[in-house]
Design a protein around this ligand. Structure first.
Ligand SMILES: NC(=O)C1=CN([C@@H]2O[C@H](COP(=O)(O)OP(=O)(O)OC[C@H]3O[C@@H](n4cnc5c(N)ncnc54)[C@H](O)[C@@H]3O)[C@@H](O)[C@H]2O)C=CC1
Ligand SMILES: O=C(CO)COP(=O)(O)O
Length: 343
């Protein structure tokens, strides 16, 4: 299968390399010609994925039409805020008979519309492409995928054959792909865990310990599942790779951009300073804003997200944010379930 990978950041590059190693004919598109020249010169994406060689057969271009010309699968690897403008441009070159798979790999929610990214993509494409949209998510840092470190992810689509087509495309000895019909849950798990990763980073930056991290991750998962379920996700999806799996990797890995940004904020840096230092996209920042508004609109309780919002956007002291979480009114661990069933 011929594949166009749209974007040339760390994740797009790792996936383009993986697909090339899988024997696919891959063309990777970057919007800046200068980045293409750098990658052509060094056969390496030194800015976003240093140390990983680009296979000789991987084609590189800044010409979007050329990238899509003979592709059958399109893999979108741009950050969430760029998904709409990018798919709008891509749409102009898509042909229903030829382009059989549209895979989104970004993790986020659209600001303003509150849409999941597969919904953003669907809204910009003719209806004939609806069943071809797949979401790829799960615990998968580019730095490790680029080095063929064993990784397992999820491909979610409304139609089983579509998810299986993505499974066949990406599956390799070091990259295992499961399918899941719960597109809503898989997308929300991937987007919302970034907020919690920022928080565990902040906790680490403040010098708190493993207990704090475990508490944030577990209670973070509870609020992810609460918002997710209220938006139509299957609760069990959050116990899978796109839920707790991605939460674990992002909250504990030093590769995580979200966690690293959080550490800097916990150490006293302003949000802008932290983002400038990380250089790559820190999706949890935008997602925090969107998730907080969504939770407020739906009447869903998300206390950790609320404190993250206060710290990121309202100038709250992170230490006070932690204190407010610890000293909230008393509650039951599984209020919705246990209170209805036993008490
Ligand atoms: N890096 C990782 O390990 C993983 C990242 N992701 C997701 O993939 C998405 C991309 O993340 P990364 O590759 O880490 O980001 P990155 O910061 O490494 O690269 C972002 C790339 O997008 C380009 N870009 C920025 N604005 C653009 C625009 N308006 N139009 C076109 N291109 C634009 C940048 O020039 C850069 O090449 C995010 O949603 C992230 O959550 C998902 C799984 C793993
Ligand atoms: O989603 C990711 C890993 O699965 C990437 O997380 P970060 O953006 O925090 O690095």
């Amino acid at each position: 299968m011929r594949v166009a990978v749209i974007g040339a950041g760390s994740w797009a590059t790792a996936l383009a390399v993986l697909l090339s190693r899988n024997g696919k004919e891959v063309t990777m598109w970057a919007r800046r010609q200068q980045q293409i020249e750098e990658m052509l010169e060094y056969r390496e994406n030194r800015s976003y994925l240093p140390g990983v060689s680009l296979p000789p057969q991987l084609r590189l271009t800044a010409d979007l039409e050329l990238a899509l010309a003979d592709a059958e699968a399109v893999v979108l690897g741009v950050p969430s805020h760029a998904v709409r403008e990018t798919i709008k441009r891509v749409a102009g070159f898509l042909k229903p008979q030829q382009h059989r798979l549209i895979v989104n790999t970004a993790k986020g929610l659209e600001e303003g519309s509150f849409l999941r990214l597969s919904q953003v993509i669907a809204s910009e494409l003719p209806d004939v492409f609806r069943d071809k949209i797949v979401v790829l998510s799960g615990p998968s840092h580019a730095e490790e995928v680029g080095r063929e470190i064993p990784t397992a992810v999820v491909a979610a689509a409304a139609k089983r054959e579509t998810a299986e087509a993505a499974q066949d495309l990406f599956m390799s000895p070091a990259f295992r792909v499961y399918t899941n019909p719960d597109v809503v849950g898989v997308e929300l798990g991937g987007a919302l865990k970034n907020i919690i990763a920022l928080c565990t980073g902040i906790s680490d930056g403040l010098g708190f310990g493993d207990n704090t991290k475990a508490a944030l991750m577990t209670r973070g998962l509870a609020e992810i599942a609460r918002l997710g379920s209220s938006l139509g996700a299957q609760p069990l999806t959050f116990a899978g790779l796109a839920g707790v799996g991605d939460l674990i990797v992002t909250c504990t890995s030093l590769h995580s951009r979200n966690r690293r940004a959080g550490i800097l904020i916990g150490q006293g840096k302003k949000l802008e300073e932290a983002l400038a230092e990380i250089k790559m996209v820190v999706e949890g920042v935008r997602t925090c804003k969107v998730a907080r508004s969504l939770a407020q609109n739906l009447g869903v309780s998300m206390p950790i997200t609320e404190q993250a919002y206060q710290v990121l956007f309202a100038g709250a002291d992170p230490r006070e944010g932690v204190a407010r979480l610890m000293q909230r009114g008393k509650t039951h661990e599984m209020e919705e379930v246990v209170l209805n069933q036993h008490w």
